[in-house]
Design a protein around this ligand. Structure first.
Ligand code: ADP
Length: 510
């Protein structure tokens, strides 16, 4: 089976968050099943610098009026995964972050930048690019690739099937209707049952509306997005496609995120001998210029600084952490108001609080290993990866019971602790009181070494490797092969309530 995996970011070439981690790890896991999976993403400058190129660029003629577009073939560093970078210097060769200019403002032409990514994907899918390779499945990810299913929807039945994965329903790629003049999408699709969303063109809606199957990254989130609270206005179209929507939990790539083999750590450790974690904590405190105290828990926050991640609520809770004798370390970047407020707290509590603003992958590894507790709250969370990583590092996550956080962390109730299944702490309400109470419980547990050790070991033992989830994607791809699609159509014609193994319900991946 041949799969074209299209994503706007892939670790280690370019990353702003979990999408990049998934776009590396899932294709790697699929390849282990002998799937011929190839990646497609924009040639951002950092991606070009890091790519191991293989062969000459392949010129593409006139994509959305651009004549200098080329596919740069290569291998994803650290893997055998083939990848094509889409070189289009006028759109992708820029300073700043992937989606924003150096001042943090979204690039004015993001509609065009990601329409081009989608058009190139459609060309490869249709074998219109000068390549001797054609996929059976196109797997498109998030709003940046949302118009791929729309572009392919008009094609004959022989086209590749399209799977569209929602990694975050809140980022929708909504643009003024005037973008229809240059994004190469048929104006016939611009209506409320198509790509129109409140008089704008919505890339995410296009993906949900036209893909053959839609997945999202945890079973709970798959159910939540049918609800106005989590659907961000797209709950209606999600409900319309409910029969084709499934939740498959993300995994963690333990070849990168495991203290047994983490090259970023000063000492390695595992659940049988956790002593190396002490050295990691000592080194981290030194790095952060926080005093080493023998029994103060170090509570970390490694996150995009956004309302989604409850950065505002975390800010409220930090003084209570300090008052309880804990230390707090932030590694994050995002909204300026949050960055400034965390820096201010570090100034106010120099012995207890550290705030590192910026994006630093090795520092994230050191933080997760050296901390005792990770704050991973969220107003909504499609899956969340940091809580998975934290558990493997013996760092207890504190999460809100929503989305993938609810699916992955077992709260340390007395019963769960007793049974040895508790892996972290969770709370329900979006409030400083609820988060503060969870922190208080965590600090209390931390002071009881035997119980704490039990919590750590259960977390380190939990297995969120990609193996299981990759199998779910494989089953999904197989159900979309032409024979299976035909079978499904025939069955549908005869029984409207057809019981296709993926139809009509949200499937739990584990
Ligand atoms: P998101 O919603 O941001 O995708 P996830 O938990 O799914 O959240 O994934 C976040 C990923 O980004 C993790 O790999 C985490 O370590 C990483 N990350 C977030 N902020 C930073 C940062 N400032 N520096 C380094 N890595 C970061």
């Amino acid at each position: 089976m041949r799969v074209l995996f299209v994503s706007s970011e892939v670790h280690p070439l370019a990353k702003t968050g979990g999408l990049a981690d998934v776009s590396e790890a899932l294709p790697k896991a699929l390849r282990a099943h002998d799937i011929d999976v190839r990646l497609l993403m924009p040639a951002y400058p950092q991606a070009k610098d890091r790519l191991m190129t293989q062969g000459k660029p392949i010129a593409l003629k006139n994509v959305l009026g651009f004549d200098d577009v080329a596919l740069v073939p290569g291998l994803l560093p650290g893997s055998e995964l083939p990848i094509w970078l889409i070189d289009c210097p006028r759109l992708y060769d820029r300073p700043g972050r992937l989606y924003c200019d150096p001042d943090g403002k979204e690039w004015h032409d993001n509609a065009l930048r990601y329409a081009l990514l989608s058009h190139v994907a459609a060309r490869v899918a249709r074998a219109q690019a000068p390549l001797s390779w054609r996929p059976d499945i196109v797997h498109a990810n998030d709003w940046h690739t949302g118009i791929v299913p729309a572009l392919l929807s008009a094609d004959a039945a022989s086209r590749p099937a399209v799977v569209f994965t929602i990694h975050n329903m809140a980022y929708q790629g909504n643009f003024p209707a005037s973008c229809l003049d240059f994004i190469g999408l048929s104006p016939h699709l611009y209506h409320p049952e198509g790509v129109e969303f409140h008089h704008r063109v919505s890339f995410l809606k296009a993906g949900v509306r036209y893909a053959d199957r839609i997945t999202t990254v945890s079973p709970t989130y798959a159910a939540e997005i049918l609800d106005p609270e989590f659907g961000h206005g797209l709950e209606g179209v999600a409900r319309l496609r409910q029969g084709d929507l499934i939740g498959i939990l993300n995994g963690a790539d333990y070849s990168l995120w495991d203290p047994v083999n983490d090259r970023h750590l000063i000492e390695r450790y595992d659940r049988h001998d956790i002593s190396g974690k002490k050295a990691c904590k000592a080194a981290l405190l030194k790095e952060l210029m926080l005093p080493a105290t023998s029994n103060a828990p170090l509570i970390a926050f490694n996150s995009r600084l956004a309302e989604q991640k409850m950065a505002d609520v975390v800010l409220e809770v930090v003084p209570a952490i300090v008052a309880a004798g804990g230390q707090f370390a932030l590694l994050g970047e995002g909204e300026r108001r949050f960055e400034t407020a965390f820096v201010e707290l570090a100034r106010r509590y120099p012995d207890s609080v550290s705030a590192r603003i910026g994006y630093d992958e090795p520092a994230a590894h050191r933080l997760l290993a050296g901390a005792d507790i990770l704050l991973a709250p969220a107003r909504f969370e499609p899956c969340g990866l940091t809580q998975l990583y934290a558990m493997r590092y013996g760092t207890a996550p504190i999460v809100r019971r929503t989305g993938g956080l609810a699916d992955t962390v077992v709260d340390a109730t007395p019963e769960a602790l007793h049974a040895g299944v508790a892996t972290g702490l969770s709370f329900r309400d979006v409030s400083a009181a609820a988060l503060g109470e969870a922190v208080r419980r965590a600090i209390e547990l931390f002071a009881q070494p035997l119980l704490w050790r039990r919590l750590q070991v259960a977390g380190m033992h939990a297995d969120f490797s990609w193996e299981c989830s990759a199998r779910r994607y494989l089953d999904l791809y197989r159900s979309l092969r032409p024979e299976a699609r035909l079978r499904r159509r025939v069955t549908r014609d005869h029984t409207p309530d057809d019981d296709d193994s993926y139809g009509g319900r949200v499937v739990n991946s584990r």
